[in-house]
Each structure stands twice: as structure tokens, then as C-alpha cells.
Design a protein around this ligand. Sequence first.
Ligand code: ADP
Ligand code: ASP
Ligand code: MG
Length: 452
Amino acid sequence: MKFGGTSVADADAIGRVASIVRRQIQLDPEEAPVVVVSALSGVTDRLIAVARAAEDGQGDAAASALAELLDRHVEIAARLTSGSAQAELLADVRREFDGLIGLVQALAVLREVSPRSLDAVVAVGELASSRMVAAALLERRIPAAWMDARRVMRTDAEHTVAVPDLIDTCDRALEHVAPLLAQGKVVVLGGFIGATANNITTTLGRGGSDYSAAIFGSCLDADEIQIWTDVDGMLTADPRVVAQPRVVPRLSFAEASELAYFGAKVLHPSTILPAVSKNIPVRILNSHRPDNPGTTITRETGALDGQLSAIACKRDVTVIDITSTRMLMAHGFLRRLFEVFERFKTAVDVVTTSEVSVSVTVDDTRRLEAIADNLRNFADVACEREMAIICAVGENLRMDATLFGRAVTALERIPLRLVSQAASRRNITFVLRDADVPHAMTRLHEQFFGRA
Ligand code: ADP
Ligand code: ASP
Ligand code: MG
């Protein structure tokens, strides 16, 4: 059971978490759940801002932001607990923050925040929230045990975007978590955080708690992986872009992966992978409305009525056009081209080719200059920023060729930069100007899911 930031935003929200966990135990008294939590809502953003302030040498601003964060945690912790358990929790939370205050002070003096230090700073969000949730469960007489997720989640040393070592992590989950579950204890861990083999704190990338939960669920052979959040499930479109999207009741693993990859923020893009390997259903549920059925993601597809399943959008991507009249058709050209992206560790999302040019999109532009310079050794290169990808997803695209036509028709008069239909034919991707996204998403949504 993974609870995102808004599901642990304050004492009331954490109270709801406790009721949801209790209900799960009543439903299945034989198997205690593992509870994975994010930092309280907004805390990761604040901690990143604190690190940035330290980097700018603004030690005082960083310290006062930390003091505010500590106050918020202490106030919530005090409301959730009482007596000696409260004293213990407050001491634990203060200890986490004391360490952080010292670290941030040192960073402000150095005016330097490495990715490794940044991980140490942001990890406090999940360490504190998970302690608070564990204490809240115990206060409500739910047998629970807190565990430092860094003891379990093993990763490489790619700080801020660390990659889990699944074998090592599973070994540790079986060693440290499984015995507590066997005693009937609900094990509470922070998502998103891990540690290297040398016990240096790492994080899995923004939104990574979903991924942590899926990994723990898969390691421990969970019956299902529940992602509790602030919406009723996977929606037919991003609710921040399209008015009143609908809940998608069922999705296949492949559909959910595509949607997550192309911008459906409700799931971290890697969440589905661990579930697929053991065929564990993933459910997306609303912690504010626990009775709603949510979205169930399994091996089988959902929409059977010949429809698309959902559409997603990935904003602010860059298109790179690589043109070579001489060499495109020469063998080895594509290898050379993609080697450049590989060398600079930059993932390419959409690719289209014509006789003389290859166009690709990237969303990570940190190494764009270097990539373009290297490509210019053998091709002309043009980059266009402020573009976006819209991805329409549905297993039915394989069966019904008219869906493609309907999508293109819905977008008529909106300039499309690239269009591609994946070989799996489970998705169609459109690349267009970012400014056209709201209009294009609304048109597509109306075409396939009707008016709001
Ligand atoms: P949590 O803190 O629970 O992890 P997130 O903010 O990471 O929550 O993800 C939930 C948010 O994802 C929703 O509030 C919604 O704004 C956004 N979102 C974007 N696309 C979708 C979609 N297709 N379906 C549901 N939510 C989406
Ligand atoms: N707290 C982390 C973030 O905000 C991880 C997560 O919420 O999944 O990115
Ligand atoms: Mg999230």
C-alpha cells in the first residue's frame, strides 16, 4: 500500500491512512500489508529549495525554511500520538531534522550541493513521514513496525536518479521485512529513498515512491500493489489539462506503462515493471474516497468496446532534427547517431525518419549542447524547444484501424510536428508545440471520451 504526498499531507490525512490500513487488515487478516509512504505533500519541493538556498550561500534562509518544516512535522506528529510514544516520535523527528540542519549549514558555507548531498537532504522527507505514519498506526493499536528504507532498497550510486539493484533489494526485503510481516506486523517504510552498497543515501528520481512500492511488492510476492493518491484512478487525461476526465476502470500493464512514460504523473514510469515480472495487479485508489473502485491494472486489457484507453501528454520536450543528405541511408548512420545519445546518457522518446532526416525528441536537455555539437560532426542539426508529446493509448489500436484516423481528424488544423504509431500499435504519439497542448488534448478527449 503506497500513500503519496497528498495522502499524508496532515494529521487528518494520516488518520485516513490508518483507517484504510485497518480495513485492509480486516479484509485479509492473514497477511499484513507493507505500507510505503512519500514525504508530506510539498516537502520534497521545499527540501530541494533549501538545498538551492544553501548552494547560493543563503544559510539563514535555508535555516528558517527548515525550522518551518520542522514545526509542521512536529505539529502533525503531536496530533497523531500521545504519551511516551509521542515523546519518542518527536525525538526521532527532531533528530532527523537536527542532522539536516547541520548538513545544510555546512553546504551553505561550501556553497556547493552535489547530487549526493542533495539526496541526503531530500531523504529526510520520507524518513520523517514514514516514522510518523508508523507511530500513528501504533497509536491506533494497529501492530506496526517502522523500517529505515535505506536498509532494504539497494541502488547504484547515480544520485538523484539511482537505479535499484533488484536482486539485492529482494534479498534484503526477505531478510528484514518478511519476518516482521510473518509476525503480523504492518511494516512502514519511506518510498523514493535507498542506499548504495556503501550505505550512502540515494533517491530514485521524482515520484519514485510508486517504484519503491512496486519493487517491495514484487520482492515479497504481494497479492496486489495499491497506489493510494488524490484522484480516483488513472484518468482518461491529465486533469490539469482536460476538464473532467473520466476514471479508466481497467488497463493492461502495457497501456499503463505507456501512459506513465508519456506523462500520466499518477504512476512513476517504472512502477509497472516489477509488477509485470510477477504478474501482480496494480490498483490506483483515492485515499479521500476509499470506497471508489479505482483503476485495476493487470495483464489483460481494459477497454473492450473498441475504444482508446486514455491519452497522456509530456510537456516541454525538445525536438532535434538531424539531417544528412549524404549519409542517412548509409549503413552505420543510425548507430552513430544513437551512440551520441548513449554517450551523453540522454533518453530519446519519439523517433521518426524520412529519407534525409531523423527527428527525435528528448526531455532531458542538460547535455543538449554537447549532443548537438557531436552530431554536427556528421549531420546538420536543428533543435526546437517548447514542444510536447501527446500519446493516445489503447490495446484496441491493434484491432481497429479507424481509431488512428479519428485521432488525426480530431487534431486537424493543429500543426503536428511528428506523428508516429508504435510497432506495438498500442499507442499513437503526436509531437506538437507545447502551447497547442490544451487545445489538442481537449479535442482528442472529446473525440474519444465525449464532452465533459
Ligand atoms: P502522489 O503524491 O499521490 O504520488 P502525484 O501528484 O504524483 O500524487 O500523482 C497524482 C496526480 O497525477 C493527480 O493529482 C493528477 O493531477 C496527475 N495526473 C496526470 N495525469 C493523470 C492521469 N492520466 N490520471 C490521473 N492523474 C493524473
Ligand atoms: N517525495 C518524492 C517526490 O516528491 C517521491 C514521491 O512522492 O513519490 O518526488
Ligand atoms: Mg507521485
